[in-house]
Ligand binder design. Structure first.
Ligand SMILES: [Zn+2]
Length: 352
């Protein structure tokens, strides 16, 4: 903790206790902690939304796998609820990781970070923006510790000591895995850029005015000089209404179509909402997006059309402003561009 404090300049206000747990206790506690952040009731809708977009495969059991997969992902963690470090007792945690977790404790002591990104949907744009800030700052401190650490001291956790999945088929699908790890890479770049722009006072600025969207993380200048307020299109009365954001969309398109089309297809996203409504026959899912320009919208339409052609094995025209198809899972699956807006919607057929 002392190292993290020296590197970041945040004073230690309180000493944080450390608990070392065996595999089963570690797994159990990790799950309990995640359960505080998510809503079990909402998981079926998250699953429906992620499958509709193609972020997870139709046969992935998201509702039952999320906790299992998530609990095995961390080598050690700091819990702002328990105000404790939770460490495995079956392996040595490298000091670089302890410094990283200590920085999370300092963030919490100074800026009350448990209030950050408290959307129940782990992948919501607001959560990813908050996670990027917290992880970016902790990665910066960890990186600076690695630069000064004694030679020969290991910085990476022992991979063979990782907790294994309870259900092997629960391994996170590639796109989901990449989205959930995006805060570490994009967040670090964001923190470094803001630090270069603002100098040492940057920490107070970013934590007292945390970025609200992944777009601000990607383009730190938009965070420093906010543009006019963006149109929010969240629908409060729907069963589910969340924003996905530019980083997730970029990761999705990049994995499907390659780097160039991924970056191009997702850039210029002004706002988006994925909404689920109950209908007489099942559910209606609508993904609405608003773009900076008609050109940005067209690039997304073309990318999404290419992804859909492959996914459903149909030839869909990239020149048309829209299309409607019928699949085993969706009826009236429609994509339509109207100037700088694009809607992708469908009726979800019941599974039984
Ligand atoms: Zn972290």
């Amino acid at each position: 903790m002392l190292e993290a404090s020296k590197i970041s300049g945040l004073a230690i206000k309180e000493n944080t206790t450390c608990e070392r747990l065996d595999r089963e206790a570690f797994r159990k506690l990790a799950k309990e902690i995640i359960l505080k952040d998510i809503s079990k009731k909402e998981l079926p809708y998250e699953e429906m939304a992620l499958k509709f977009l193609g972020i997870i495969p139709e046969d992935y059991d998201y509702q039952n796998c999320l906790l299992d997969a998530y609990a095995t992902s961390a080598a050690a963690f700091y819990s702002p609820y328990l105000k404790k470090f939770i460490l495995p007792n079956w392996t040595e945690t490298p000091k670089a990781i302890l410094v990283h977790e200590a920085q999370h404790a300092l963030q919490d002591q100074h800026f009350n970070t448990s209030k950050f990104g408290n959307d129940t949907f782990l992948l919501s744009d607001k959560n990813l923006a908050a996670a990027s800030l917290l992880e970016g700052d902790a990665m910066e401190v960890e990186g600076r510790y690695i630069d000064i650490k004694p030679k020969g001291e290991n910085a990476d956790p022992d991979k063979s000591a990782k907790l294994s999945l309870e259900n092997p088929s629960c391994e996170l699908p590639e796109i989901l895995q990449e989205i959930l790890s995006s805060p570490y890479d994009y967040g670090l770049l964001f923190v470094r850029n803001v630090k270069t722009a603002l100098g040492e006072k940057y920490l107070n600025k970013i934590f007292s005015h945390p970025p609200q969207t992944s777009r601000e993380i990607l383009y730190y200048k938009e965070y420093l000089e906010p543009q006019k307020a963006r149109q929010s299109i969240l629908k409060n009365k729907a069963l589910f209404s969340k924003s996905i954001g530019e980083i997730s969309l970029r990761v999705f398109l990049r994995i499907k179509l390659g780097m160039k089309k991924g970056v191009l297809g997702a850039s210029g996203l002004q706002s988006d909402t994925i909404t689920i409504e109950k209908t007489a026959e099942g559910y209606k899912v609508i993904f609405k997006t608003i773009w900076d320009s008609e050109k940005d919208a067209s690039e997304f339409r073309q990318a999404m059309t290419e992804v859909s052609s492959r996914r459903f094995g149909m030839h869909l025209s990239k020149d048309a402003l829209g299309w409607t198809i019928e699949t085993a899972r969706y009826s009236k699956l429609t994509l339509l561009q109207t100037s700088s807006k694009i809607e992708l919607m469908a009726d979800v057929k019941y599974k039984d």
